[in-house]
Design a protein around this ligand. Sequence first.
Ligand SMILES: C[S@@+](CC[C@H](N)C(=O)[O-])C[C@H]1O[C@@H](n2cnc3c(N)ncnc32)[C@H](O)[C@@H]1O
Length: 287
Amino acid sequence: MDDNNETYSDLLRRAAKQLSNAGIEGGLRDARRLMENAGGVSAAELIAAENDVVSTETLNVFEEFIERRAKGEPVSRIAKKREFWGLEFDISPDVLDPRPDTETLVEVVISQWQEHYKSVLDLGTGSGCILLSILHEKRQALGIGLDQSEAALEIAKINSKKLELDGRTQFNTSNWFETVKGKTYDVIVSNPPYIPSADIEHLDVDVKEYDPMSALDGGKDGYDDYRHIISNAKNYLAASGLIAFEVGIGQADKIAEMLAKVGFLHINIRKDLSGVKRCVYATAPRV
Ligand SMILES: C[S@@+](CC[C@H](N)C(=O)[O-])C[C@H]1O[C@@H](n2cnc3c(N)ncnc32)[C@H](O)[C@@H]1O
């Protein structure tokens, strides 16, 4: 027998207050998203049910979610889902939580796409959010996502299937280009780890405690992985192909220089919605 008599609306208000007391901004919004997940209801269903009494089962799950949120765990980590490029992606502790800023990289690839492009290589694919968003737009293209983390690739494969893109995708465990030697692609994209090692301890709790370290740590100056990728990329990029990177704050000009040094052409920088130089892209060097 259900002995709870709190309505959704009462419970949401109580949870929002609990979050606000814990110093979390936007508590009501977070509480709504967590309730949608705890009760398995959509946002619209939740609005329609505001005056209904919550079942004890949902209440217990929701209260546990709110306690975790109050301790700083991101909503997406609790819900194990993140919306990116208007699509829903599963996430796990093994993948970087996709960031809205990374949509800039997808935008660049879509805006620079040439009719003859057919193949995309995503280095450090994580949840697969970049590759799968591109393939969702470009229905004729094939894509391959590489990552050193097998556990991350399991999530990318789940996302590929859920988005019905599994017929056009492949995922390999690979130390950067290792498993694609001898192949070329029309588009190479990457959002590699780019935080300087010494800065990691200063990151916000929701990043340093919940994103995998292997997705963050870019070595002493943050450029280790860019150096490796840029010095090898021309061997894997088709003639007139596009290469595009996400970069950290303040890194764009140096990445542009690194690309110029090894002969990439038409080098450009794109800012994100906050005005940060977020993406550097270029076309293949002349052969
Ligand atoms: C910043 S995350 C990006 C994840 C995803 N592409 C995104 O944008 O949300 C970097 C990814 O690179 C992967 N990675 C790190 N070192 C790697 C290596 N040597 N070879 C392949 N992947 C690597 C990490 O496992 C992680 O998934």
